[in-house]
Design a protein around this ligand. Sequence first.
Ligand code: FES
Length: 122
Amino acid sequence: MTEIFVAKADDLPDGERRIVTHDGVEIGVFHWQGMFYAYRNLCVHQGGPACEGLIMHKVEDVLGPDRTWHGQRFSSDEVHFVCPWHGYEYDLRTGECASDRRLKLKTYQVIRRGEDIYVRAD
Ligand code: FES
């Protein structure tokens, strides 16, 4: 079992991410609202660096009781990162592709030991 050092906790503040490499595999490690998440930096679409994309709240439609469209807003709880190549969006907390939840980035366990953050590569 291989553990890869990611960063000191102070060097990875909430809202930030790091890309680490192990045996030629890139892993994106996110710190979001007190939790850490790690995914392979390989988009399920065409292999782009998904973890390097913009982080943004999900854009959702606002519908009236009769299902008429009243515009859009940012979700208060669901956050995505967006693959910079063609825009596939991934749920930051699960690694699932937002448009098709059957598609998912490979996930990795993140371990915190004191002030040190590691990701388990195997
Ligand atoms: S490679 Fe990521 S959206 Fe196409």
